[in-house]
Structure formats: structure tokens, C-alpha cells
Design a protein around this ligand. Structure first.
Ligand code: HEC
Length: 472
């Protein structure tokens, strides 16, 4: 008797899944993972778009529900990469509660953090769209369900408005603000000024860093702007010009866990205005925006490229064979290459010819070390060239992708800039806050103009020293 009932119950459970909780993870594996990958990163090495950290699954539930019900085709941009594929409709084969369970799973997996979706929501959306027969395009969906402005990480945000005619960011600390306001939404917005032309704005906030690590910041402005973190200038756009990515600046900086002072200074001269500020941990792909405006495809200028292209240096931030773990590879146009060690705080390797064969590794997400791909590899150091209290403070790329590495030694800063010039590597060293001596390795195979026969160079503030590394 007991057994008959038991089996009857089991049968009911199998036949009417809607009465029982759905396992979103299992359903995802069945219906989505073939294309979007078990890890949500997009199947076949990212040929399909990711759902992990995708804005499409975040916010308004209707955006993702509609895509699942009716499918999607045509160009779609996901985390800065454009896809032009087809996703067939899934609505006919999935019940409302199954779609709800799948999307709830997707919205809470792989770093996504969006609220659950109920079957009532799916039901309502399905009912409201019965007339819809075509697949959606990304453009249509976004018009109906735009991406929300993300809640930002900024707290205690205040904005100040100044009036004046400027082409460069002035020293706002010497000027008097026309207006000061608290911005409780944490969003850096140009709407907070009533002026259209000839004004400046300053925002001050606290930026809470959740875990110690390397963070990227992105700045684009129309017209000029700069970002200061803990009163230190980290990014700056000089002069007047448009916001279209051509003048955008990015930097990587290492920040300790905890609260940091975050300040943005901005000026609008004449014509269009705009400000886009993004940030992300270096381990993540998705930018978080602090402004209403977001940059167009900031990942297109990602400092992770495998080859110098369009006259711009390539940056490789994976492990490089023969260097310390935190090496930053730079492939300059013209076939000269550098691996800078963020552990040893100086150049580790330089070589000529091809940069790094990293393409395969990136696609396969490998972790093995990539060797330099070229020849005449010269080891410059495998030990610190600076005092033990020196700390790596990140690097900045100029418009050509040439890096300036930044090191802090107590109150002093050392800026170590590199670029290529007719087959040589040119290194410019600048120190602030007091004199500094730097060890220079003189291995065979090269000569270093500016330090011939010297084992160290002495730097004085405001007297940059230029060294030229020439292969013999
Ligand atoms: C047959 C392959 C395939 C299956 C199965 C599939 N998708 Fe997709 N999906 C795609 C493709 C391809 C695109 C991009 C379409 C385009 O380029 O317009 C996409 C786009 C998306 C998007 C918007 C873009 C993004 O990456 O965030 C979402 C959300 C999405 N799919 C969710 C799902 C969910 C949830 C399932 C399972 C119910 C699913 N998909 C099943 C292929 C598929």
C-alpha cells in the first residue's frame, strides 16, 4: 500500500513538474549551456556570448525573458565584444517556471547578482507578447528595456559647480564654488550643473575597495578632466576635445582594501559636454560606470593585445617565461619588446622580433608561461633594483600604448617610461620628492647610452634621465 502511493506520488511529480521547484542549474545545463558554456563564459572559447557578467541578464527581468521566449539575432554587444549570431527562440519548449528557474540561476551565478525572476513575471511577459512572432534584435530590446544606471560604489558623493572659461583643469582648490550638493545616488552626473558652457565641476567621494588588488580606471571627457585617488593624480585628459574614445585614458593601480578618497575634476568649455568614468578589478572583464555616460566599447582598447597594431604598443598581462610572476609584457611597434617586472620594479627582459605568441593561451584560458616569441633575449634583472620599501603603483598608457610604470618609495615617486625608437628601447626615468639611485644591469649583447659602463644612475627631481638600450 505504502509503495503504491509512493510511486503514484513520484509519477505525479514527473508528469507535472510545475507543482515542484525547478532546478535552474540543471535546466541551464540542458537548455543553455551548449551555447553559453557550463561556466557561463560562452561556449567554444567565447565564440558564443557570455552570460557571466552580462548586462543583458541584469536589471529589468523582461530583457532576458523576451530573449529566451522569442530568440535574438543580429549584432549584439556583450561586455564590449560584438557578436552577430542567432539564438533560436526557446519559449515553445520551456514552461514559465522553467524559464524563471533558469534565469534566476543565471542571474545569481558566475558573479551575476540580480534578483530572482518569478514564473508570474514570465507568464505576464509571455501573455503580453503573444503577437510577437519575430526574433528580437538587440536594438529593439534595448529601446524597450534599456540598461539601468548601475548603483555605484561611491559614497558620500558631493558635487561642486564652478564658473569660468578654461581649456585645462584649473586648480579648483583656489577657486570658490557657485554651488555644492550631496549626490545620494552615487552617480557622477553632468546634469548636476545648470550651465551649458564655460564651467567646471568637482566631485569628491569615498571609494570602498572590497579586496586588495589591481584596479583599472577609465576616463574619457569632453572637454578636460582628471581623476585623483587618495589625492594622487591617476588619470588626466588635457585640453578641449570630444568624448569618443580617441582621447580616453586608462590606468591600472594597486589599491588596499578599505576606503579611498576619490576626486574627479572636470571642465566644459564650449559645445558638447560629456564624462565617462569606469572601473573594474583587473581580474574582471566588465566595466562598472560611475557616470551616466558609458564609454563606447572600452574593451576595444583593452591593454591586453597580443601584437602591436596600428602603431600602438601591445600589452600582455599573462605569465611570461623567464620573469617574475607579475611581469607586464610590452610589444612595441617595430619589433622591440620589454617585460617589466612589478616584483623587481624594473625591466626583466628585453628582446627583438615577434612579441609573444599568446593568442592560443588567451582563448584557452591557459595559465602556463608564454615565452618571448622573438630573438636576442636579454635578461636585465632578476632582483630588485630599488630599496625594499618601494612599491609598485601600477602603470599608465599614453595614446600610443607606451607605458609609464610608477613606483612609490615612501614619499618619493619614480616614473619609468618606455617607448621604441628605430630598433632601440628608450627609457625615461623621472623622480619626484628627492634624489634616488637606481641600479643598472649591463649584460653582454647590449649597450646602454646614457649609462655606459655604469652600474647605477643617480636621479634628481625635475631632471629626467634618458637611457637608450641598443642591441649590439
Ligand atoms: C543554440 C545556441 C543557444 C542556446 C541554446 C541559447 N542561446 Fe542565448 N544566445 C545565443 C546566441 C548566438 C546569442 C547572441 C545572438 C545575437 O548575436 O544576436 C545569444 C544571446 C543571449 C542573451 C543576450 C546576450 C548575452 O550574452 O547576455 C541572453 C540573455 C541569452 N542568450 C540567454 C540564454 C538562455 C537563458 C538560454 C537557455 C534557456 C539560451 N540563451 C540558450 C545562443 C544560444
Amino acid at each position: 500500500m505504502f509503495f503504491r502511493h509512493f510511486f503514484l506520488l513520484l509519477k505525479v511529480a514527473v508528469l507535472t513538474p510545475s507543482l515542484f521547484a525547478q532546478d535552474g542549474g540543471q535546466l541551464y545545463t540542458l537548455y543553455c549551456s551548449a551555447c553559453h558554456g557550463a561556466d557561463g563564459l560562452g561556449a567554444t572559447g567565447g565564440a558564443f556570448p557570455p552570460l557571466a557578467e552580462s548586462s543583458w541578464v541584469d536589471g529589468d527581468p523582461d530583457r532576458a525573458i523576451k530573449i529566451v521566449l522569442n530568440g535574438l539575432n543580429g549584432p549584439v554587444e556583450v561586455s564590449g565584444k560584438t557578436y552577430n549570431l542567432e539564438m533560436p527562440p526557446q519559449g515553445a519548449m520551456l514552461q514559465d517556471e522553467q524559464i524563471a528557474a533558469i534565469l534566476t540561476f543565471v542571474r545569481s551565478s558566475w558573479g551575476n547578482q540580480a534578483p530572482a525572476i518569478t514564473s508570474a513575471q514570465v507568464k505576464a511577459t509571455r501573455a503580453a507578447n503573444t503577437a510577437r512572432k519575430n526574433w528580437w534584435t538587440a536594438e529593439e530590446i534595448l529601446k524597450l528595456h534599456p540598461f539601468p544606471i548601475q548603483k555605484t560604489i561611491l559614497t558620500d558623493l558631493t558635487s561642486q559647480v564652478y564658473q569660468g572659461v578654461w581649456k585645462y583643469v584649473p586648480d579648483f582648490k583656489t577657486l570658490k564654488a557657485k554651488n555644492i550638493e550631496e549626490e545620494h545616488d552615487g552617480i557622477i552626473s553632468l546634469k548636476d550643473s545648470s550651465y551649458e558652457n564655460d564651467y567646471g565641476m568637482v566631485w569628491d567621494a569615498k571609494f570602498e575597495i572590497p579586496t586588495k588588488g589591481e584596479y583599472l580606471f577609465y576616463l574619457d571627457a569632453d572637454d578636460a578632466g582628471r581623476i585623483l585617488i587618495d589625492d594622487e593624480l591617476v588619470l588626466e585628459i588635457l585640453g578641449t576635445g570630444p568624448l569618443n574614445g580617441s582621447r580616453a585614458q586608462k590606468c591600472i593601480i594597486e589599491l588596499d582594501k578599505g576606503s579611498h578618497r576619490f576626486r574627479v575634476e572636470y571642465i566644459q568649455n564650449q559645445g558638447n559636454k560629456g564624462l565617462a568614468i569606469g572601473w573594474r578589478p583587473s581580474s574582471k572583464k566588465k566595466w562598472n560606470w560611475l557616470t551616466e555616460q558609458v564609454a563606447k566599447s572600452p574593451t576595444l582598447q583593452e591593454p591586453i593585445l597580443i601584437e602591436a597594431s596600428n602603431g600602438r604598443a601591445a600589452i600582455h598581462r599573462n605569465f611570461i617565461l623567464g620573469t617574475s610572476p607579475r611581469a607586464i609584457g610590452v610589444g612595441f611597434p617595430g619589433g622591440v619588446n620589454l617585460a617589466y617586472s612589478a616584483d623587481d620594479l624594473g625591466p626583466a627582459l628585453i628582446w627583438k622580433g615577434p612579441f609573444i605568441d599568446g593568442a592560443k593561451k588567451w582563448l584557452e584560458r591557459g595559465t602556463a608561461d608564454s615565452p618571448p616569441a622573438g630573438e636576442k633575449v636579454i635578461k636585465l634583472s632578476d632582483a630588485r633594483s630599488l630599496p625594499s620599501q618601494a612599491r609598485f603603483r601600477g602603470y599608465k598608457l599614453d595614446a600610443q600604448g607606451n607605458p609609464t610604470f610608477s613606483v612609490q618609495i615612501g614619499k618619493q615617486y619614480l616614473l619609468d617610461s618606455w617607448h621604441a625608437e628605430s630598433g632601440t628601447l628608450v627609457r625615461k626615468l623621472t623622480v619626484t620628492g628627492g634624489p634616488l639611485e637606481i641600479k643598472i644591469a649591463q649584460p653582454p649583447g647590449i649597450s646602454i647610452e646614457g649609462a655606459v659602463g655604469k652600474s647605477a644612475v643617480k636621479l634628481n627631481p625635475d631632471q629626467p634621465v634618458t637611457l637608450t638600450y641598443r642591441w649590439n
